[in-house]
Structure formats: structure tokens, C-alpha cells
Design a protein around this ligand. Sequence first.
Ligand code: NDP
Length: 272
Amino acid sequence: KVVSVTGASGFIASWLVKLLLQRRYTVKATVRDPNDPKKTQHLLSLDGAQERLHLFKADLLEEGSFDSVVDGCDGVFHTASPVALDAINPQAELIDPALKGTINVLRSCSKVPSVKRVVVTSSLASVLLTGKPLTPEVLIDESWFSDPALCKESKQWYVLSKTLAEEAAWNFSKENGIDMVTINPGWVIGPLLQPTLNLSAEQVLNLINGAQTFPNISSWWVDVRDVANAHIQAYEIPEASGRYCLVERDLHNSEILKILRKLYPGLPLPEK
Ligand code: NDP
């Protein structure tokens, strides 16, 4: 079968492409710059890439950019979205590409009869910011939806971009009869296939490089290979529907440092 993956050069998407090729799919993969070897070389050297990987140039902000990509595909994985916590112009850098980009991709899917299911990479960011307390006795589930007003109030622009994009995706897919499933992972970690550092892997590097103190916080983490695999299951299993939150472990920064100390005893890591 033929499937497409948007933002294929990214951290999660690279693993998704690798696992899809392993499962013998033909993959139409989009990148913004197919001539940049930093974005494509690791994909082109994957097992099966020569025979079954096809690269396309596409940009989230260009209307119709994904038309020829999704045409002929049975499944579409929309992972592309900017990931940044330091945007200077959040509307242009985060919200427009996330929101308009998602609708662009879904609109392309709605034009072709071949697409049977779309899997959208959303985030736990679109789930958590509800104003409800996040204490240990509270059970967070897929019925939670972050509140855009709270995102704006707290200037959490990445969270806002993912929340608006997912909300718009559900509205568009319902109005246009698209079978859509979302994957909502916490912070994603694991081996990098791409040569550049993405934001969630950078969080761990910041801990390693950090001063002698580190932020007194816990986060929800999940392995990138599980996230990629969840995307494939969300596409392959007919009964899959709605949203799937993915978290493997809640870890305090001090626990992450403990793990790193065990794995790399020579590293000069912060103590407190
Ligand atoms: P990366 O930064 O590694 O990948 C992001 C991808 O989005 C890149 O391929 C990038 O393309 C593409 N992209 C960004 N802007 C545009 C644009 N205007 N047009 C086309 N493509 C664009 O991030 P991750 O792999 O970490 O994230 C992938 C997805 O997973 C995102 O949707 C993110 O929100 C979500 N997610 C990530 C989590 C994490 O902890 N990493 C947690 C939860 C959700 P290019 O290479 O050309 O820049």
C-alpha cells in the first residue's frame, strides 16, 4: 500500500518512515527542502528507501502543496508542525503553520478518493491545559482539551498552536467525512535518526550541559519508537478512533540525571 508522511525529516517522522518501510509500505514523504542533505540523507539511506521511498517538496503554508502527495495514498500521516518554545512572532512561526498547515493537508486528503484514514500527530499539549489541577489523584484522559484562552493568557504559544490545529482538524474532518485519528504524545525521547537536534532531545542535552542546578520539574515522557509504532497502529487497526494520549513515564529531572549517570558514568552531570 502507498502512504504519505508530512514533515518526514523530523525526529518522530523519521522513525515513522523507517518502520513503514520495514513493513513494506511505499512512502511518499514530504520535506521542505529536498536538496538539503541534512534533511534527506538519513531517510534515503533507510532499508527499502531506494525502492519504496519517494521525496516530495511541500510547505505547510502553501495551499495545494500536498495535493499531488496524498493522491493515490491509502493512509496519510500528518506530523509536520513547528516545535519551538522561543518564538518571537508566535502567529507566523507557530500558529499559522500548525493550523493552516493541518487544514491544508486535510483539504488535500478530502479531494482524493484514495485516502481511507488520516493520522495526525497532535500532542499532550492539546490535552493538558484545561485549568483543572494536575495532582496525582487526577486521571487525565482523551476527553480533556486544552483551553485556547488559557494558552493565550499564559503565553504558551506552542501549546496554543497544537490545540487550535487539533480542534480545527476535528471540525474539518467531521464536516468533510474524513476518518481521522490523533496521536497525543508527551515529551518524546529516544535515539535520533536525523543529524540535527529536535526540541525534546535538546531538553536532555540541556540537563547534561546545564549549570550545577536544574529545573525542579517532572515531565511525561514516551519513547519515539513507541510513538512511531502507535501512528502505524492507529492507521492499520480499523477500530482505532478518536485520540490516543501516549505517556510511558512521569520523570522528575533528578530521575533523568540518575538514569544518565548510570548510562554514562564518565559524564560530569549536575548534582542538584
Ligand atoms: P521536529 O522538529 O524534529 O520535526 C518537525 C517537522 O515539521 C520537520 O520535519 C519540519 O520540517 C516540519 N515543519 C515545520 N514547519 C514546517 C512548514 N512550514 N512546512 C513544512 N514542514 C514544516 O519535531 P518532532 O519530530 O519532535 O515533532 C513532530 C510532530 O510531533 C509535531 O507535530 C510536534 O508538535 C509533535 N509532538 C512532538 C513532541 C516531542 O516531544 N518531540 C511531543 C508531542 C507532539 P523541516 O525539517 O523542513 O524544518
